[in-house]
Design a protein around this ligand. Structure first.
Ligand SMILES: Cc1ncc(C[n+]2csc(CCOP(=O)(O)OP(=O)(O)O)c2C)c(N)n1
Length: 381
């Protein structure tokens, strides 16, 4: 990554020079030492909130991994190292915007006001879960905050976001859809479908690729010959940007500009956010089998939370004492939520018939009657 802040104007087209046809630049506002290019400045309240939410997400992730290791939840996918993209994006979306996440953007729901108890209940899959325990853990969704669950299949959320954006356009709504994908997903057919459609139908969509350099154990250079991911977007005729995805300010500015353009008829934007997954792909993965400790250590130096910490300390938004108090408060908040949620019973057994048809079909009615005759389910604890 270059240390020099550089922004690519939204109107920029492919550079005319044939010597560097693949250069899409790198948008970066926050330097490693915590100094900020003033053109990226955010309201202090937004910065403080982003810092708190990033802190909270890291603590939630650590707690959930622990619960999985203790056998109290079945699975979890952590976001460590990639917090800046979802948290900055969550601060830029409007109430009516829709989010179609990939693997590591569930926390946008929390930024938009989704309850922590319901969030944790999704991981337990019990009766506190708005999805009634029907999804894999870490596949959150919440209608109240306009967020759709991601599919375990890699890629489909991008055409879904484009479709939702097209509907918004047809209904003349002043809102936008955001679709996320990983670097691996850009080699899937769904990416091609989504980008082609988004550009041609000029839909109010922002497609964000979190390039964390790995698709589980496959490094980016092994799954694409493209020099950057952002350049792919240019080929489809979509304004495309490559940004420092560990820089909250670069993410916030680029996403905000893209959302504003989308809402005002400017069409789609594609953003490649360079970042790194510090932890395992999920609790089912052991990354020491395929990547070096040295590589992880190198990326730890670019940790998005540490970089933001330097900024909030230097600008009087936080100090060590307040930070320690905030951490204690967040740890207690998460622990209390886990205690409340873990005590909840499983979803009602009969609820498995709900939400499929407005009127249950004859065979479902037959099965419901059969289930009602069975003895109650044994307690799970
Ligand atoms: C269609 C499909 N192929 C393969 C998989 C197995 N799989 C699950 S996650 C993943 C890697 C995805 O990588 P990327 O899109 O870069 O996202 P990241 O996990 O790095 O955030 C793969 C290959 C899948 N779930 N779906």
């Amino acid at each position: 990554m270059t240390a020099k802040p550089s922004t690519v104007p939204l109107t920029q087209t492919l550079p005319p020079s044939a010597t560097e046809p693949l250069d899409v630049g790198l948008v970066r506002g926050l330097a490693d030492d915590g100094t900020l290019d003033p053109s990226f400045a955010l309201e202090p309240a937004v910065v403080s909130s982003a810092y708190r939410e990033m802190r909270k997400l890291r603590l939630i992730d650590a707690r959930m991994i622990l619960l999985q290791r203790q056998g109290r939840v079945g699975f979890y996918g952590a976001c460590e190292g990639q917090e800046a993209v979802p948290i900055a994006t969550g601060h830029m979306v409007d109430k009516d915007d829709w989010v179609f996440p990939a693997l590591r953007e569930q926390s946008i729901m929390l930024v938009r006001g989704f309850s922590l108890d319901a969030f944790i209940a999704q991981v337990f899959g019990n009766s506190g879960d708005v999805q009634k325990g029907r999804q894999m853990p870490s596949h959150h969704s919440g209608r109240a905050v306009n967020q759709v669950s991601w599919s375990s299949c890699i890629g489909p959320q991008i055409p879904q976001a484009v479709g939702a954006a097209w509907a918004m356009k047809l209904e003349k709504k002043q809102s936008a859809a955001i679709g996320f994908c990983g670097d691996g997903a850009t080699s899937q057919a769904d990416f091609h479908v989504a980008m082609t459609f988004a550009a041609k139908f000029h839909v109010p969509c922002v497609i964000i690729c979190q390039n964390n350099h790995w698709s589980i154990s496959v490094p980016t250079e092994r799954q694409t010959a493209s020099k950057t991911i952002a350049i792919k977007g240019r080929a489809y005729g979509i304004p495309s940007f490559r940004i420092d995805g560990n820089d909250v300010f670069a993410v916030a500015k680029t996403v905000k500009d893209a959302l504003t353009r989308a809402r005002h008829g400017g069409g789609p934007t594609f953003i490649e956010a360079l970042t790194y997954r510090i932890g395992a792909h999920s609790t089912s993965d052991d990354p020491t089998r395929y990547r070096s400790d040295e590589e992880v250590a190198r990326w730890r130096l670019k940790d998005p939370l540490d970089r933001l910490r330097k900024y909030v300390y230097a600008n009087g938004l936080m100090d060590e004492e307040k930070d320690a108090a905030m951490e204690a408060e967040l740890v207690a908040e998460i622990a209390a939520a886990v205690n409340r949620v873990e005590a909840l019973p499983p979803p009602e057994r009969a609820s498995l018939f709900e939400d499929v048809y407005a009127q249950p079909t004859w065979n479902l009615r037959e099965q419901m009657a059969e289930l009602a005759k069975l003895p109650p389910a044994p307690a799970q604890h």
